[in-house]
Design a protein around this ligand. Structure first.
Ligand code: KPL
Length: 300
């Protein structure tokens, strides 16, 4: 059994904790009450208790050593959350990042020693918290894990095997491509669903087609400038598949905007805007959505 610390108890943190705790000792670092039971709920089946231990920061030192630390906080929270858990890393702790959008990998890489592997996990699994303690699993979706430093690239199959209780988990050898593919999905779905306050599936409506094509054309141009080959048709096919798979779900950005929480827009359209400046590529559609989401309250 592996000791896994999940940092963050948002919807994805709770879903992953539920699946991983079927096989491992899972601890979840939370800022909320630690003595309340959390539940996993799926469609019409009975809710199940999430079989993990919920702990606060001041309880970290009293726990056994962690083999894996899975960071499920949002892109803009990763650096500060990592500083909090850093004192509890062993020489061989594996770090797994999982968030929407780009950023953080280079920064974390420079904080780790060669015997600490760094991975990135993307997931299209969808869920939301119907209250602080219940996560509703609303959408099937693939999860893909890739190595971000030399040790992780070498050990990727072992890590994928350790995390195999996560449904539909695959390993990849090309992390940057993997992250870009997920970025495309998020750029196509998240800002539009938040601005129009619609479920992911409603974005298949023809009125959104040209905007989605324009957003993804710009993102493909940036990927190409970075040496990645992601044809527009592939990006569109994947995005529309995820809309289909998560049709009844609200995206994380829609939920953030509705609840007046900071969004991940700077790690999505903001990244395309920033890279556009680096490569001298125009990105007016991503810039437009970046500005519109930033105009909402509580945006980071
Ligand atoms: O990642 C997602 C999110 O809501 O943040 C999905 C469900 C894949 C849609 O972009």
């Amino acid at each position: 059994m592996t000791n896994i610390l999940v940092v963050g108890d948002g919807a994805i943190g709770l879903l992953l904790s539920h699946f991983l705790s079927n096989q491992h000792n899972v601890y979840v670092l939370t800022r909320k009450a630690t003595n309340n039971t959390r539940f996993y709920s799926r469609k019409n089946s009975a809710s199940q208790k999430i079989n993990a231990r919920f702990i606060s920061l001041n309880q970290l030192a009293a726990q056994p050593k962690f083999d894996v630390i899975l960071m499920t906080v949002k892109a803009f929270q990763v650096q500060s959350a990592f500083e909090q858990v850093k004192p509890y890393l062993t020489e061989h702790t594996n770090i797994v990042l999982s968030h929407n959008g780009m950023g953080n990998v280079e920064e974390l890489k420079s904080e780790l020693i060669p015997s600490q592997a760094l991975y990135f996990l993307t997931t299209s699994m969808a869920g939301f918290k119907s209250n602080q303690y219940i996560v509703q699993h609303t959408g099937e979706g693939q999860s893909v894990i890739g190595g971000c430093n030399s040790l992780a690239l070498k050990n990727i199959s072992t890590m994928a095997n350790t995390l195999k209780s996560i449904p539909k988990l695959h390993a990849t050898s090309n992390i940057q491509q993997l992250r870009f593919e997920k970025l495309f999905v998020n750029i196509a779905i998240n800002p539009l669903s938040a601005l129009h306050n619609v479920k992911n599936g409603q974005l298949r409506d023809p009125q959104y087609n040209s905007m989605i094509i324009n957003l993804l054309t710009e993102a493909c141009n940036i990927a190409k400038a970075q040496g990645l080959n992601i044809p527009l048709i592939n990006a569109l096919t994947t995005a529309y598949n995820v809309m289909e798979l998560t049709a009844q779900n609200y995206s994380s950005m829609q939920q953030d905007v509705i609840n007046e929480r900071p969004t991940e827009i700077t790690a999505m359209c903001g990244y395309i805007n920033e890279q556009g400046k680096v490569y001298n590529i125009k990105t007016p559609y991503n810039n437009q959505l970046l500005a519109k989401i930033q105009a909402k309250k509580s945006v980071v």
